[in-house]
Design a protein around this ligand. Structure first.
Ligand code: NAD
Ligand code: DAU
Length: 351
């Protein structure tokens, strides 16, 4: 079996669902269930014996060590993190705690478990760390896309904490021989995306008749990847990645934020027109920019494509259509995640 951390979040949740749709290998899913963790995402696995959910903090060394000893996973995939840049600006402490200290404790638990494995299991074991392109910093418009050898230049508390975790993972390989793999992916989008992030926020605000907040001039560029393509890349790296290597994951889909928002508005105009007949784009509102806002990210996924034969299945056009349709047809999930604490965040961030 495999052990996944953060499997009640956006990418981890999609990963667990996809994994069990394609394989009977059980998953132990360890998640603290912060505001971003949501068991509704995993509702279809409620009576599925292949999914074992444990509410726990990756920083709880004793409990994680106990789980490893009990279930003897052949791999650990670490999705657990605080992941929202704006939250890292208003409250960086949790990011240091989970992304840095939590990853350190997790590595120590895993090292203890792995050290005691018999030779064959020890050689086959993998620790796959899921990271981000934001560790590489920001690109000028004519810079080449990030390759795996790009220097780390993180600019936000979030990206700095992820960079620190990547360095710890690297060091645990070089110093202790822990068989690690690291993936650095660009912006994901798709089903079960918590609506504090741009794409789901815009879809839901549009439908609710609310402002569509564009930070600054909206010309910042992000490189979008449909979440299921990220999941397939992780499966491929786990299966065939070279121990100690890092792999960039991306879909060659660079878009300015404003274009993304206009695309979503157009799709909603076609699928669920406003009752007053006006365009959803009229709800676009320019708001104060994010402090230290990175201008452009772009991932060169050539290594993963060349060496492991991975390719994304979706273009931005097909992926965004699936995403908009998913939100239109999953209002129950939306209602559950947008109650309570979510409202407090939106009030604090956009008032
Ligand atoms: P998310 O915020 O949706 O989910 C994070 C999950 O981790 C939640 O279920 C949360 O409850 C859990 N968690 C948080 N702290 C924990 C702790 N201390 N112990 C156990 N569980 C904890 O995040 P996401 O968007 O799914 O991102 C998953 C991973 O992928 C993160 O490491 C993130 O840095 C990375 N990543 C995200 C993107 C993206 O576009 N979303 C892109 C590249 C990489
Ligand atoms: O690049 C990968 C990263 O992508 C991941 O590591 C992070 O976990 C993930 O949250 C994401 O970070 P971003 O900051 O790029 O995503 P976000 O959806 O928050 O913002 C996307 C862009 O849209 C960014 O340039 C900021 C802008 N934005 C965002 C929000 C929430 C707005 O203009 N208005 C908004 O209200």
């Amino acid at each position: 079996m495999i052990l996944v951390t953060g499997g009640a979040g956006f990418i981890g949740g999609n990963f667990v669902l996809d994994w069990l749709a394609q394989s009977d290998e059980p998953v132990i899913n360890v998640d603290k269930l912060t505001y971003a963790g949501n068991l509704d995402t995993l509702a279809s696995l409620k009576d599925d014996a292949r999914h074992i959910f444990v509410r726990a903090d990756i920083g709880d060394k004793a409990l994680i060590s106990e789980l490893l000893a009990k279930y003897q996973p052949r791999a650990v995939i670490n999705f657990a993190a605080e992941s929202h840049v704006d939250r890292s600006i208003s409250g960086p402490g949790e990011f240091i705690q989970t992304n840095v200290v939590g990853t350190f404790n997790l590595l120590e638990s895993v090292r203890g478990y792995w050290s005691d494995l018999a030779a064959e299991a020890k050689a086959a074991f993998r620790f796959l760390h899921v990271s981000t392109d934001e560790v590489y910093g920001s690109l000028a418009s004519d810079d080449p896309a990030f390759t795996e050898t790009k220097t780390y230049e993180p600019n936000s508390p979030y990206s700095a904490s992820k960079a620190a975790s990547d360095h710890l993972v690297r060091a645990w390989h070089h110093t202790y021989g822990l068989p690690v793999l690291t993936t650095n992916c660009s912006n994901n989008y798709g089903p079960y995306h918590f609506p504090e992030k741009l794409i789901p926020l815009v879809i839901l605000n549009a439908l609710a008749g609310k402002a569509l907040p564009i930070y600054g001039d909206g010309q910042q560029i992000r490189d979008w990847l449909y979440v299921k393509d990220h999941c397939s890349a992780i499966r491929r790296v786990l299966e065939a990645g070279v121990v100690g290597e890092t792999y960039n994951v991306g879909g060659w889909n660079e878009k300015p934020n404003l274009d993304v928002v206009h695309t979503i508005c157009q799709m909603l105009d076609d699928r669920q027109p406003r009752s007053d007949g006006k365009a959803y784009a009229e709800q676009i509102t320019y708001v104060t920019d994010r402090p230290g806002h990175d201008k452009r990210y772009a991932i060169d996924a050539g290594k993963l494509e060349r060496e492991l034969g991975w390719k994304p299945a979706e273009t931005f056009e097909t992926g965004i259509a699936k995403t908009v349709d998913w939100y239109l047809t999953h209002q129950d999930w939306v209602q559950n995640v947008t109650s309570g604490a979510y409202q407090n965040w939106i009030e604090q961030q956009y008032s």
